[in-house]
Ligand binder design. Structure first.
Ligand SMILES: [Zn+2]
Length: 99
């Protein structure tokens, strides 16, 4: 298993001992950054933390940095491509003409 993520609580504004990013990192337990793509990271975050997200920066084949409403930040590395380019992909649009 090779999950790479980091939590940054320097900008956490509520003074809570446990930030949202501290909690949100556990949504990725068992995931593997080699196999994760950024859209999957987005899906996981939206499923568990949609009401807590203030901002999200997604960089293809690199990772996703999410800033939560309490100011804490979670960066999850996601190195995989979103698809194998053979069928239509709603994320990158690749394969749209193949069918
Ligand atoms: Zn794709």
């Amino acid at each position: 298993m090779n999950l790479q993520l980091s939590v940054d609580n320097r900008a956490e504004i509520f003074g809570d001992a446990t930030s949202i990013a501290d909690l949100a990192q556990f949504s990725f337990t068992g995931e593997d950054s080699q196999k994760l793509d950024i859209y999957r990271v987005d899906e996981i975050l939206q499923a568990d933390w949609s009401g807590e997200i203030r901002d999200m920066e997604m960089e293809y084949a690199t990772g996703v940095t999410t800033t939560f409403k309490d100011g804490s930040r979670l960066t999850v590395a996601a190195w995989a491509d979103c698809c194998d380019r053979t069928g239509y992909c709603s994320h990158c649009g690749q394969g749209a003409l193949a069918a």
